[in-house]
Design a binder for this molecule. Structure first.
Ligand code: FAD
Length: 497
């Protein structure tokens, strides 16, 4: 409520925020979480909480009048359509040179992501977080994060014969025939549930293609893991549809936090002010960076480091599809949860997720989301003329990522005698190079903060999400975001509370 006082306020309920809330609460600290997205705990008129991937509706997009689907076309037909403005689950946030996809709601990105839960290879870790001791990460914090998230591996014997993973087996065959290592990756999906979906015994979710607009069953989102455990402590409360707009030092000590309560069209209902002893920025790489950049530039938090807003990267994301021969069908039934990748990181700078294309029909397409070792980094800056935060990303920078992804797919195409699909991202466009699913950086560990996420310039302010990671994790990022949060919060609880 307006005027209340809280010991610890957490902005955002994604991975970083959920870890912070649980560990603070277990240490006896009362925590209040502020989330601008919806609660996602009530079914819509169709009886389901979340909309299907192939049928986006008012629930699917964050405050847009028209959908902006990552794959905008199929077989030459545009897929986007008008929708009512609503605080939907997936934000396609447009900056000048890139669209950044993010989850909105209690659970953050865990509500919309593919559940691919990858721990980077240890030898690659120094490149990811150069100031963090790999020994403690791999002995303590990665295992703790994997346990907390409920990460498990698919039963390969089942996978080998499951119709819904034919696309992945085709992906393996093509990778291996071109000499690339094909690696299984863990996921947070409940594999026993998926087996029952395949057997027709339960409501289908992954096998109904549900993913980027939410999963109605089977996926262990943060709502079922960290946030459920946090709630069980009795010390954590959450305010959905509340957006933090300002944080500044309070005269009486601690911080004044200004929060807009919004309705489902995004309009402000009421503005509230609370006082918090400590504030954790866990609004995601973009959300935290935008807030801190604006607060620093507009005088609310002028002593923040000049490193705020810097070191932002797209994890080198680039998408593409390949057109297979008629003897290599990828299946009309495709599980929306990926299980594997092609690792050409050391030789070509690319790790490609063998991704589903759950359209419900046979497409003869193989689809991939590549993570690449691009050196490109952008910067957030305050634009007083527009009153917005800009991002200095240049669309042409994706060429480096495309070249790295081609180190895999040019070779596969030449070996298989196949071509790229040109009907997925707009007329004759091969590369999905306009977007990222993996924003990282903007309040980089050891630069904008100390080596544990304490923001320079103010005591009691912390960054604890993807903003800490300088632009790349070599694989999908949420396990690393979670493990780093586990490491940092342990230190913060021990020393600052
Ligand atoms: P987030 O999870 O983004 O959480 C931040 C939260 O803060 C959000 O809920 C947001 O609404 C809220 N917020 C923002 N600003 C404010 C404010 N001012 N006030 C109040 N609340 C605010 N990663 C993987 O590892 N594996 C995958 O398979 C995978 N698939 C993906 C698929 C898609 C479609 C997308 C979009 C992402 C995917 N990711 C995947 C990426 C992963 O989900 C993110 O890296 C992760 O969620 C980031 O965690 P975070 O804690 O930094 O922030």
């Amino acid at each position: 409520p307006d005027g209340s006082q809280v010991r610890a306020l957490v902005i955002g309920t994604g991975y970083g925020g959920s870890v912070a809330a649980l560990r603070l609460a277990r240490a006896g600290v009362d925590v209040h979480m502020i989330e601008m997205g919806a609660a996602w705990d009530t079914p819509g008129p169709d009886g389901k909480i979340f909309a299907n991937t192939t049928k986006p509706d008012y629930r699917s997009f964050w405050l847009r009048t028209r959908t902006k689907q990552p794959l905008s076309q199929f077989l030459g037909f545009p897929l986007d359509k008008d929708v009512p403005v609503h605080t939907g689950i997936l934000d396609a946030e447009d900056f000048a040179g890139i669209t950044v996809y993010q989850g909105r709601g209690v659970g953050g990105g865990s509500l919309v992501n593919g559940g691919m839960a990858v721990t980077p290879l240890r030898e690659r870790f120094p490149e990811i977080l150069p100031t963090v001791d790999p020994a403690e990460m791999y002995s303590t914090y990665y295992p703790r994060a994997n346990a907390g998230l409920g990460v498990t591996s698919v039963d390969v014997n089942w996978w080998e014969n499951a119709d819904c993973y034919q696309y992945a087996r085709v992906g393996r065959k093509h990778a291996q025939r071109s000499g690339f290592p094909f690696v299984f990756v863990p996921n947070v999906y409940d594999w026993d549930y998926m087996k029952q979906e395949a057997a027709g015994a339960v409501q289908k979710s992954a096998l109904e293609g549900e993913v980027i607009y939410g999963n109605n069953a089977g996926k262990k989102s943060l709502q079922k893991t960290y946030l459920a455990q946090a709630a069980a402590t009795g010390r954590v409360s959450v305010s959905p549809l509340h957006r933090v707009t300002s944080v500044s030092p309070a005269a009486a000590g601690g911080y004044t936090v200004v929060i807009d309560q919004i309705d489902t069209t995004g309009a402000t209902l009421v503005t509230k002010t609370v006082r918090a002893d400590r504030v954790f920025f866990a609004a995601g790489s973009v959300g935290t960076s935008k807030l801190l950049t604006r607060l620093r530039a507009t005088g609310a938090l002028p002593a923040l480091s000049d490193q705020i807003g810097k070191g932002w990267g797209d994890n080198g994301n680039v998408m593409c599809g390949r057109a297979n021969h008629m003897w290599d069908p990828t299946g009309s039934l495709q599980s929306s949860m990926p299980t594997a990748g092609i690792d050409n990181w050391d030789a070509g700078g690319a790790f490609a997720e063998v991704a589903p294309l759950p359209t419900g029909i046979e497409t003869y397409a193989s689809f991939y989301l590549s993570i690449t070792r691009t050196p490109r980094r952008a910067e957030f800056s305050w634009n007083p003329a527009t009153g917005k935060v800009d991002l200095s990303w240049d669309r042409s920078w994706k060429q480096t990522s495309i070249d790295m992804a081609r180190s895999i797919f040019d070779r596969i195409n030449s070996k298989e005698g196949t071509i790229y699909r040109t009907d997925l991202f707009g007329a004759y466009k091969i590369w999905g190079d306009h977007l990222t699913y993996h924003p990282l950086g903007g309040a980089v560990l050891g630069r904008a903060t100390d080596n544990y996420g304490r923001l320079h310039g103010y005591s009691g302010l912390y960054a604890i999400d993807g903003s800490l990671i300088p632009g790349n994790t070599s694989v999908n990022p949420f396990v690393t975001i979670t493990a780093l949060a586990e490491r940092n919060i342990e230190r913060i609880v021990a020393e600052d509370f």
